[in-house]
Design a protein around this ligand. Structure first.
Ligand code: GDP
Ligand code: MG
Length: 441
């Protein structure tokens, strides 16, 4: 008996793991794709190692070939990393909320300040823009133009409020915001073309003067391999809470996103996609993952293959239970496994009238449960499996003993089976599962 059980159990649990050569072959392709997307080399190495580990533990999918499966794992993991802890702006308990922008010159800070103020206005806030970049000749005027377009007031240095001293301008702007009832203050700061001690010190001084609730690191998506050093310098020099990627309308594949996220662990919060104020959105990890991987065709194929596989399974099942009576305990087992795999079916069944009772049973299905069910069914004679009506009291006792479970468990299984059979008949009677391909409606 134990030999037979072992065989059944292993066939129930998995059809094996992805092989190392499958994983390695695809990992090479992924590595090239990431490097082409300008993901920094150390980040690529870490990421590939992480993926290999995850793929090695993955069950072989019946729907996908190994290469597709690895790509799917990579895509899921990319989305996961890029989207981990995605969050919105944290607003201060007592207004004003202070948001400070930091980043290299030309990264898009001033443009972003305008966009952010417009976005916040649309969300019902009353933002104030603060021109604390006194380095570049036209920086203040640039912010004033943007503020006007966004309909946001701009606090700019004037005689008497700290001309020439960005730290003083920033400090005073907070007092002004309090008086003028602004609940959010956005502070635009100066940047240099390269990382520079003086610039970092100025940014750190502004930070200490205004104690921002959020420091956003603004980074040009075209920065490519330099993303790592730049991000690290800003982590060390000023520190930041979130990242904004700009110039995503360009042709950069966006490897900087992965590099910055990986190196700093800070969430990417917003994406800037053009020069106009409205070219701005919260960050979408799935879009970015697709862009970095640039395997759109393969990802589409994977999606289709998975759908087709589900449809095929559903078709098989439907034709089985079209007649109702033919639905055996073996089908029942197969169906339970399928329901588990198809997750969403749970919800579909739960939504159907009269399925409340069934839903509870479906919810209770887990791996161990399936193993036990497999064991119980295995201890039945072929006759009993095909025609469970003959399973009387003495047969139940024998089955329980043979499979090492209690008679109550055998009873439960048989009851569940009859419930399921009844449900199959109802479906065969014309209901079908809504939204499930291959079922009648
Ligand atoms: P700052 O030096 O960090 O303040 O950068 P700016 O906001 O002045 O932006 C530098 C240049 O990049 C300007 O010409 C902007 O119009 C442009 N820019 C900023 N964000 C974007 C964007 O998302 N897409 C494109 N195409 N251009 C942008
Ligand atoms: Mg600027």
């Amino acid at each position: 008996l134990s030999d037979r059980l072992t065989t059944v159990f292993s066939s129930l649990r998995s059809k094996g793991k992805l092989s190392e050569s499958d994983i390695n072959a695809t990992a090479r392709e992924i590595r090239i794709a990431l490097l082409e997307a300008d993901v920094a080399l150390p980040v690529v190495k870490d990421f590939i190692a992480q993926i290999k580990e995850r793929a090695a533990g993955a069950e072989v999918s019946q729907a996908l070939n190994p290469a597709q499966q690895v790509v799917k794992i990579v895509n899921d993991e990319l989305i996961n990393i890029l989207g981990g802890e995605t969050r919105r702006v944290r607003f201060a308990k007592t207004a004003p909320t202070v948001i400070m922008l930091a980043g290299l010159q030309g990264s898009g800070k001033t443009t972003l300040a305008g966009k952010l103020s417009r976005w916040l206005k649309n969300e019902g806030h009353a933002p104030l823009l603060v021109a604390a970049d006194l380095q570049r000749p036209n920086a203040v005027q640039q912010l004033q133009v943007l503020g006007e377009r966004a309909g946001t007031p701009v606090y700019a240095p004037e005689p008497g409020n700290g001309v020439g001293d960005p730290v003083e301008v920033a400090r005073r702007s907070i007092e002004h915001a309090r008086h003028a009832q602004h609940d959010v203050v956005i502070i635009d700061t100066a940047g240099r073309l390269g990382i520079d001690q003086e610039m970092m010190r100025q940014a750190a001084d502004i930070r200490d003067a205004v104690k921002p609730d959020e420091i956003l690191f603004v980074v040009d998506a075209m920065i490519g391999q330099d993303a790592v050093t730049t991000a690290q310098a800003f982590v060390d020099g000023v520190g930041f809470d979130g990242v904004v990627l700009t110039k995503l309308d360009g042709d950069a594949r966006g490897g900087a996103a992965l590099s910055v996220r990986h190196i700093t662990g800070r969430p990417i919060m917003f994406a800037s996609t053009g020069e106009k104020l409205e070219d701005f959105d919260v960050f979408h990890p799935d879009r970015m993952a697709g862009r970095i991987l640039d395997m759109g065709d393969i990802l589409t194929l994977i999606e289709q293959a998975e759908k087709a596989f589900d449809a095929e399974q559903a078709e098989k099942m439907t034709s089985k239970f079209a007649s109702g009576e033919d639905f055996s305990l073996e089908d029942f087992l197969e169906q339970m496994q399928m329901i588990r795999k198809l997750g969403p079916i749970k919800n579909l069944l739960g939504m159907m009238p009269g399925m409340g009772q069934m839903r509870q049973q479906i919810d209770e299905i887990d791996d161990r449960d399936l193993d036990r069910v497999g064991g119980i069914i295995n201890s039945m004679t072929p006759d009993e499996r095909r025609n469970p009506k003959i399973i009387n009291g003495s047969r139940r006792a024998r089955i329980a003993k043979g499979s090492g479970v209690s008679v109550t468990e055998v009873n439960n299984l048989v009851t569940r089976f009859f419930d399921a059979q009844k449900m199959m008949r109802q479906m065969a009677g014309g209901m079908g599962i809504p939204g499930m391909p291959g079922t009648r409606r």
